[in-house]
Ligand binder design. Structure first.
Ligand code: ADP
Ligand code: MG
Length: 584
């Protein structure tokens, strides 16, 4: 996690080092022959592998058509320069655009398809593309391929010399690698990682999951097209059998091997997989077996790839950002009793086939109140929260938030209006640090912060509020269970919600932790936060609730102030037929 200033410095540093490296490599590289070819292949493939890092490593979407995008870029350059006499760089730009658009279209299928199905779609796309390249003789020259692809000149400077062109490829590779690095630390990159780690939680943090996936596919494909276009110029000859499904698998393996979450990993994985077959040539027939075994071994023993190993070893988490004493805006407020309705649901129903999980429920939540939702296990509490936040489509009824009918709005649009929640089964973004998790909450569209520095301050303030600033740079999975619940709450608070919906925040906590949770809720209440809370712990509910709604078998059986609701005969019957002593 970086501030704007340190991002700039890092960019300059990497840029400078990159250009230096390019000059050195281009100077020592041979100007033609075998080794040059290997370096050309590694450089152009590595660009395409960076695309895999974006779509699979950042966004978690399996793509098995990267060789297809490589091919689209290569064919645009080949056909553009050879058949239409276009300048090289224009043809290259066309290649990037065409493959990028194909990637966006492929990404659109994620609206209806998720998980493994999207993998199948990309395989189909790859296979169809190979067929088109092979059989559309009039346009692609068919299986014979296209030869005589020229290398570029730029402003009269000839870039066709072997090591000069290699230098050009390396410059593009460096630019793409650094772009991917910055993308990862950007709001879009964080959104991608949130989608990868937990798409439901991402959506209720205000992230448009579908749009994020489509953009990831588009970027990945465009980058693949760039690698392909440069590949065509590197070898001067291309044919359909260079861009098949097998090659897509190789590109995937390169990404996994190097470390799919790291753009630098793409370089490592690619170089290794380009060189490995060359090194193993002396094995003759046994080559494929040894190659396969080596790849499997590396993937098993280095689950985060080679670059993952390097970062774990040499990049320790930085110091915790010094506390500019920014506070949550919430803390400036004092609770004042209000009759304003924040959330109103009317005749709400959610049926799963014949099961009426929520049936004809009315509920009104007023500003500044703590509204408890209780009921036996399976009575529909979580389902109700899912319908309110838009994760489930309503079967019937209406949800109004701040006077606006939101019944048909997507979860991220409801989050934008200020609806933030936590989950009964914790849903943190496991691949990210505590601070990054909370920053995603602070970046909620509609939250009044702008710029990474202000967003960071807000996130740190939220961590302060729950007492977790010291854990800011830890991977969130390293935290004990109870603290992960606080991370979820901090993530929601960082978004300055109009309403905070908590699904069993006390579940899984020990007695002390439960006491602390009650304290936290009291503090929130004191600052006028509007809260809906589900919990089984009656002591906790009694300490904090202003109003209680009781569900049983999906129906509302009582609604009113705590004394009234807990002593309602139907409630007593639902809770083992015993009146609740403390409430009486
Ligand atoms: P609670 O949170 O009050 O314990 P839930 O809302 O989780 O209860 O569940 C209410 C009922 O709805 C249960 O019978 C549960 O099995 C059912 N249910 C919840 N989610 C689904 C789903 N996605 N598909 C089918 N049934 C569901
Ligand atoms: Mg539940």
């Amino acid at each position: 996690m970086l501030t704007a200033a340190s991002m700039r410095n890092r960019g300059l540093l990497y840029g400078g080092l990159g250009i230096l490296a390019v000059i050195v490599i281009a100077l020592v590289a041979p100007s033609h022959g075998y080794y040059l070819n290997i370096m050309m292949q590694a450089a152009t493939y590595a660009i395409a592998v960076v695309g895999m890092v974006v779509v699979l490593g950042y966004c978690g979407q399996i793509s098995l058509s990267q060789a297809g995008f490589l091919g689209i870029g290569a064919y645009c350059v080949a056909i553009g320069t050879v058949d239409y006499g276009m300048p090289f760089f224009l043809a290259l730009a066309v290649g990037v655009a065409v493959s990028g658009i194909c990637g966006l279209i492929l990404g659109l299928t994620t609206l209806r398809l998720g998980g493994h199905y999207i993998g199948m779609v990309t395989i189909s796309f790859q296979i169809i593309l190979t067929m088109v390249l092979t059989n559309w003789l009039g346009f692609t020259h068919g299986p014979d391929g296209i030869s005589g692809i020229p290398r570029p000149t730029l402003f009269g400077v000839d870039l066709s010399g072997g090591n000069v062109y290699l230098g050009l490829c390396l410059l593009f590779l460096g630019a793409v690698t650094i772009y991917a690095l910055f993308l990862k630390a950007s709001q879009l990159g964080r959104a991608m990682q949130a989608v990868r780690d937990n798409d439901l939680a991402a959506s209720t943090c205000g992230i448009n999951v579908f749009r994020t996936k489509v953009i990831a596919f588009g970027i990945s494909a465009a980058v693949g097209g760039l690698g392909g276009g440069l590949f065509a110029g590197a070898f001067g000859y291309i044919s359909p059998d260079q861009f098949t499904f097998n090659d897509s698998v190789v590109l995937l393996t390169m990404a996994l091997l190097g470390g799919v979450e790291y753009s630098f990993g793409a370089l490592f994985g690619t170089v290794l997989l380009v060189l490995l077959p060359e090194w193993l040539r002396f094995l003759r027939q046994a080559y494929l077996a040894v190659y396969g075994a080596a790849v499997i071994a590396i993937i098993i023993f280095l689950p985060r790839g080679m670059w993952g190993l390097v970062t774990a070893r040499f990049f320790k988490p930085g110091p915790i950002p010094a506390g500019k004493e920014a506070a949550l805006p919430l803390l400036a407020r004092q609770a004042v009793p209000s009759q304003e309705v924040v959330l109103n649901i009317a005749a709400l129903a959610k049926h799963f086939g014949g099961l009426k999980a929520v049936d004809d429920v009315d509920m009104t939540v007023r500003r500044g109140s703590v509204h408890a939702l209780i009921g036996p296990n399976g009575s529909g509490k979580t389902t109700l929260l899912n319908v309110i936040t838009g994760l489930y489509v309503t079967t019937a009824g209406k949800v109004e938030f701040l006077g606006q009918d939101v019944t048909t709005l997507a979860p991220h649009d409801r989050a934008r209006l200020g609806m933030c929640r936590t989950y009964q089964n914790i849903r943190v973004f496991r691949g990210m640090t505590v601070l990054e998790n909370v920053v995603i909450g602070a970046e909620r569209a509609g939250n009044d912060v702008s710029g990474i520095d202000a967003t960071m301050e807000r996130a740190l303030a939220a961590l302060d509020f729950v007492g977790l600033r010291d854990a800011a740079h830890l991977p969130v999975g390293d935290l004990p269970y109870g603290h992960q619940r606080y991370v979820e709450i901090a993530r929601a608070l960082a978004g300055s919600p109009e309403i905070l919906l908590l699904d069993e925040p006390g579940a899984g906590l020990n007695l002390t932790e439960k006491g602390e949770m009650a304290e936290l809720l009291k503090r929130l209440q004191g600052h006028g936060m509007t809260i809906v809370i589900i919990d089984h712990d009656m002591k906790l509910i009694e300490r904090v609730a202003d109003h209680i709604t009781v569900l049983n078998f999906g129906r509302r059986i009582a609604d009113g102030d705590p004394k009234f609701a807990l002593n309602h005969p139907e409630v007593i019957a639902a809770y083992l037929g015993e009146p609740h002593r403390d409430a009486a």
